[in-house]
Ligand binder design. Structure first.
Ligand code: ADE
Length: 341
């Protein structure tokens, strides 16, 4: 039975996936990703922490401690993990919480890791409890415990793993159990990027894509990227297409405005989902406070999408407020949507 478990091939089941969105799977996005800290823009204190930890680990000839990244999607949790693996000169295996359904799924992956290799688990808050139980000894003692048979015949066998590094990523650190959270030695929250940082990222990406971007074009794109490099790169590609087909191929402010109007993205970078979210609070619930379940029921949108994708930026720019009794639209939200309070 042990052999059955140990020979479990996670690759066959597609559990170890590059875990990229379809957008990221295109070779363009992969190549837009910085591969070293020297190319990486923003998240300065996180990068500093990581560089120090990497250098110290190398000096002591040790592995890194386990790392937990928290923050909204698109801010670079996966990118930074790739960079860490590159800088440590180790292999990176990427998987995600919801794909690990059984203990065996995780064991298959863990037993294939080499000394110092890195396991990246995205959406780690979504791993089932049963799989989480296997993670504790794996993280702490680099071992997995098998139990054979049941009742009075039950026997336990401990299998020693190589010393690996777990990098967990989550949009909801509050949903992690404290035993799991406590087993990470490094915990960093990634923040939204500033306008200046996004402008540099857009210019860097445009250069990689052999696209000319004017200064005001880059500024306009950055303003509409919701503080998020993944969105900046996606919008850059839409404007590049538009400029090529309808204009002179240059990413200018005029082309950004015209292309993003077609995409339904407004001057703050809000999509129709963002605006419908705000309008639901204002028009259906008198501006709030209202609970997230009521908003998601009215919008017929997943609760998780609203909490993970929509709300963080609206909270950041102060269009929505979170109070103990629920979400409220701010006066800035009324102004932005041109609705009289
Ligand atoms: N592309 C996406 N994120 C980036 C970052 N932080 N720095 C440089 N290029 C990026």
């Amino acid at each position: 039975m042990a052999d059955d478990i140990l020979s479990y091939s996670s690759e066959k089941k597609g559990i170890v996936t590059p875990n990229l969105t379809s957008e990221e799977q295109s070779s363009d996005i992969v190549s837009l990703r910085p591969s070293s800290f020297s190319e990486y823009i923003g998240q300065t204190s996180t990068v500093e922490t990581l560089k120090i930890a990497i250098q110290a680990a190398k000096m002591r000839n040790e592995s890194l401690e386990h790392i937990l990244f928290h923050g909204p999607p698109g801010l670079g949790k996966t990118t930074v993990s790739h960079i860490i693996a590159n800088e440590m000169g180790k292999d990176l295996t990427v998987t995600s919480g919801p794909t690990l359904e059984k203990g065996g799924d995780l064991i298959g992956i863990l037993t294939n890791l080499g000394q110092g290799d890195i396991l990246f688990i995205d959406e780690i808050h979504r791993i089932p409890k049963i799989v989480e139980e296997f993670l504790y000894p794996a993280m702490e003692d680099f071992a997995v415990d098998f139990v054979f048979d049941k009742g009075i015949h039950a026997r336990s066998h401990r299998y020693q793993l190589k010393q690996f590094v777990l990098i967990g990523a989550t949009t909801r650190v509050g949903l992690l159990s404290s035993p799991l959270r406590d087993r990470f030695g490094i915990f960093r929250t990634l923040d939204f990027y500033s306008l200046d940082q996004l402008i540099i990222i857009i210019k860097r990406s445009a250069a990689i894509l052999h696209t000319i971007v004017s200064n005001d074009g880059a500024i306009e794109l950055a303003k509409r990227s919701r503080g998020t490099p993944r969105i900046a790169n996606r919008l850059l590609k839409r404007v590049r297409d538009y400029s090529q087909v309808r204009s002179d191929g240059k990413v200018t402010k005029e082309n950004v405005n015209a292309a993003l109007e077609l995409e339904g993205i407004d001057n703050l970078g809000l999509t129709s989902l963002d605006k419908n979210y705000l309008k639901t609070i204002i028009n259906f619930y008198g501006g709030g406070p209202v609970g997230i379940e009521a908003i998601s029921a009215t919008l017929q949108e997943e609760n998780d999408t609203l909490v993970d994708v929509v709300e963080p930026f609206l909270l950041k720019i102060g269009l929505v407020l979170r109070t103990s009794s629920g979400r409220k639209a701010s006066s800035k939200a009324y102004q932005h949507l041109n609705i009289k309070p």
